[in-house]
Design a protein around this ligand. Structure first.
Ligand SMILES: Cc1ncc(COP(=O)(O)O)c(C=O)c1O
Length: 355
């Protein structure tokens, strides 16, 4: 028997959203956007293909410079990874020794506890409030002398709820100055809450704040894997030590730069998704469901013991959603036809549940 780490026996596998087996099924289980990459992005990728025999620039210099300009920060305050999930993993590796604690709200992004356990850290998961938001008082109360990293997911996956500026500001007063607070803004482009906390604003005002951004969501590059942290320089230096070398390909770096050059075109797509989200949530509410406001490219149905039944009805209508067994379903906003299908399916599901 090969000796492996005992800790892994209690580690769940990260579950990828279900994939369609037939053409008539829409995949709304992974918070992907329904658009192909922009033409300019495809061209940039094609132009890079000929250098695929060469290792990429590990520092992602051009991309970091471009991002530094956009956010008005020093390029050394940016560290990249193969998706923001890899950067989150780097952040845990850089801050936690065995037994140290990573604190976050729960339910939230499924990868957080998996990554904490992978690094030998303890996930400390603080239940959301009844209205599906971060419970900052309970999070502050859960800070111990072992807490090394706190993750705030804004907007929160899977509930879509935001954290307000006032809430995060008050919370920061209670966080020890040597504990890093990471604001994960994977869905920031879809966030229309005027009261929201903005990661960059906190980063610029606090020495112990980092922000996570990704090209996977609004920029539509989930398949190319590129994300980044905005963090204090001494943290970024360590992220570069613990990262997987060469994980961000030259293709991904070029595609990310081309996307930053095409922000106007991308904003139109984002606006379409945001207006579809509002339409779908309104229509789903009209069918009788109670849905909290969402600021991501998805919405959350708290279903508890009805989760499996509603999952089944959506599946009958050809919709793959993301179940959290015994808790609820997260449904990604897709193209208008897919969204119509969701509304029809949820109307039928509501009739079934209420019968
Ligand atoms: C809150 C949150 N953070 C980070 C990620 C990771 O995205 P990626 O690794 O593709 O950048 C996701 C993906 O679903 C997410 O929901």
């Amino acid at each position: 028997m090969i000796r492996q780490r005992d800790a892994l026996s209690k580690l769940p596998n990260y579950r990828q959203g279900a994939s369609p087996e037939t053409d008539d099924v829409v995949k709304l289980s992974s918070n992907e956007v329904p658009f192909e990459p922009l033409a300019a992005v495809k061209q940039a990728i094609a132009a890079e293909i000929d250098t695929a025999n060469i290792y990429p620039d590990m520092m992602a210099t051009a991309l970091r410079e471009r991002l530094a300009q956009k956010h008005d920060i020093d390029p050394m305050q940016i560290a990249v990874g193969a998706g923001s999930v890899e950067v989150a993993s780097q952040l845990i590796a850089a801050t936690c020794d065995e037994g140290d604690e990573v604190l976050f709200a729960w339910r939230s992004f499924e990868a957080y506890p998996v990554m904490a356990l992978t690094h030998g850290a303890e996930p400390v998961m603080v239940p959301l409030t009844e209205d599906e938001r971060h419970d900052f008082d309970a999070m502050a109360a859960a800070i111990t002398d072992k807490t090394r990293l706190i993750i705030i997911c804004n907007p929160n996956n899977p509930t879509g709820a935001t954290c307000s500026h006032a809430e995060v500001e008050a919370f920061m007063q209670k966080v020890p100055k040597d504990v890093l607070v990471v604001i994960d803004e994977a869905y920031e482009h879809f966030n229309r809450d005027p009261e929201t906390a903005l990661g960059l604003d906190f980063f610029k005002r606090y020495d112990n704040v980092a922000v996570l951004h990704t090209f996977s969501k609004a920029y539509g590059l989930a398949g190319l894997r590129v994300g980044y942290a905005i963090a204090p320089i001494e943290v970024c230096d360590n992220l570069r030590k613990v990262c997987v070398p060469f994980a961000v390909t030259a293709l991904a770096q070029r595609a990310a730069c081309a996307s930053l050059d095409a922000e106007d075109e991308l904003s139109e797509r984002i606006e379409q998704l945001v207006s579809e989200r509002e339409r779908v949530i309104e229509q789903v509410r009209e069918t009788g469901w109670n849905v909290v406001d969402s600021h991501g490219n998805f919405f959350w149905l708290r279903l508890n013991e009805d989760t499996e039944r509603v999952l089944g009805v959506l599946f009958e209508y050809g919709v793959l959603s993301r179940p959290f067994h015994g808790e609820g379903l997260r449904i990604t906003i897709g193209d208008p036809a897919a969204n119509d299908r969701v509304v029809h399916a949820l109307r039928a599901a509501h009739e079934l549940i209420s019968a």
